[in-house]
Design a protein around this ligand. Structure first.
Ligand code: AMP
Ligand code: ZN
Ligand code: FE
Ligand code: FE
Length: 278
C-alpha cells in the first residue's frame, strides 16, 4: 500500500547528504512513501535529475531547497518548495553561495590547523566530491584524519556556532530568501522551528511573507512539540510541511520517512504556490 504521507526534507550528495539521486530514490522505493522533496542546502542541482528518474520509478519529486538565514544571530533555515529549478535568479544565488561556502570552509580549515588538526582543504574537497561544502564535510575530514572520535565531538569542541574554529558565512537576509523563492514561483516554510528556540521568529517571518511551518521533523516529534507548532501554524494561517531531514549515512540515527506530512497538506502547498504564481 502506498502511504498517504510525504517526506519533504531530504539531502543528497549535492549538499551534505551521502546518497546520489539514484541511491536515494532506490531507498525511497524500500519505503511506502512515493512523494518526496529534495531540499539540499543552497542548491537545487539534484532536482531535474531526480524528477526525471522519479517519474520512471513512480516517485513524485517536488522541487526543494534549504536556505540558511539568521534571526537574532540564530540559524534560521528556510525551505523552498514548488519553485522553478531553472529560475535564473535562484541559480545565480546558488552559484554565489557555492563560492561563499568554499571560502568559508578554507578559513575554518586554517583555524583548525592552528589547533593542531592537520587537515587540508583538499581533504575536505575530496569528501565533498563536488557538493556544496558544509560543516559536515569538514567534520568527516577531521574524523577520518583521526583528530576526533566522531562528528559530535568535532562540533562540540571546534565548529559548533560558538566553537573556536567556527567561521560565520555571509547569509542571505530572511526577507530576501523568501522573495527569491517567491519570485521563482515557490512557497517558503520555516525548517525545524525548535532549532531557533524562539517562537518570535514565526511572527517575524510571517510579516516577511512566510507561507508555512515545518511541523513534522524528527526533532519536534522527539521533543513532543508537534501539537505546539500545529497550533502556531493555525494561528498565523501557515501551511504545514514536514520531513525527516535525511542525510543518509551522515545522520545514521534518522530514517527516511521518520517524520512525514499528510498528502492533504502537500496539496495545500501546491495550491498556494500555484495561486501565488498567477
Ligand atoms: P553549515 O551549513 O555548513 O553551517 O552546516 C550546518 C550543518 O552542520 C547542520 O545542518 C547540521 O547538520 C550540522 N551542525 C551544525 N551545528 C551542529 C552541532 N552543534 N552539532 C551537530 N551538528 C551540527
Ligand atoms: Zn544538511
Ligand atoms: Fe536545516
Ligand atoms: Fe536539512
Amino acid at each position: 500500500m502506498i502511504s498517504e504521507f510525504a517526506d519533504l526534507h531530504i539531502h543528497t550528495k549535492y549538499s551534505d547528504g551521502t546518497d546520489t539521486v539514484e541511491e536515494l530514490l532506490k531507498q525511497v522505493l524500500t519505503t511506502d512513501i512515493r512523494t518526496i522533496s529534495i531540499t539540499d542546502h543552497d542548491t537545487a542541482g539534484a532536482i531535474p535529475e531526480a524528477q526525471k528518474l522519479g517519474k520512471s520509478l513512480g516517485i513524485e519529486v517536488i522541487a526543494g531547497i534549504e536556505l540558511s538565514t539568521l534571526y537574532k544571530k540564530k540559524d534560521v533555515h528556510l525551505l523552498g518548495y514548488f519553485f522553478d529549478p531553472h529560475d535564473k535568479k535562484l541559480l545565480a544565488y546558488c552559484d554565489k553561495f557555492r563560492e561563499v561556502r568554499e571560502t568559508r570552509a578554507a578559513k575554518m580549515v586554517h583555524r583548525l590547523n592552528t589547533f593542531g588538526i592537520d587537515i587540508t582543504m583538499a581533504d575536505v574537497e575530496a569528501i565533498a566530491d563536488g557538493a556544496v561544502i558544509g560543516r559536515p564535510h569538514i567534520a568527516q575530514a577531521i574524523v577520518e584524519g583521526r583528530f576526533a572520535r566522531n562528528f559530535q565531538e568535532v562540533f562540540d569542541k571546534y565548529i559548533a556556532n560558538d566553537g573556536p574554529a567556527y567561521v560565520d558565512k555571509f547569509n542571505i537576509e530572511p526577507g530576501d530568501a523568501i522573495k527569491l523563492i517567491h519570485d521563482a514561483g515557490g512557497i517558503v516554510s520555516l525548517a525545524h522551528p525548535l532549532t531557533v528556540g524562539d517562537d518570535g521568529v514565526v511572527a517575524f517571518l510571517h510579516n516577511l511573507g512566510l507561507d508555512g511551518l515545518e511541523v513534522y521533523h524528527p526533532q519536534l516529534v522527539m521533543a513532543g512539540c508537534v501539537k505546539h507548532y500545529h497550533i502556531l501554524a493555525s494561528r498565523y494561517g501557515l501551511l504545514v510541511s514536514g520531513g525527516s531531514d535525511w542525510h543518509g549515512r551522515r545522520k545514521p540515527h534518522i530514517k527516511l520517512g521518520q517524520a512525514k506530512v499528510h498528502l492533504s497538506h502537500v496539496e495545500q502547498m501546491r495550491e498556494v504556490a500555484k495561486k501565488q504564481r498567477k
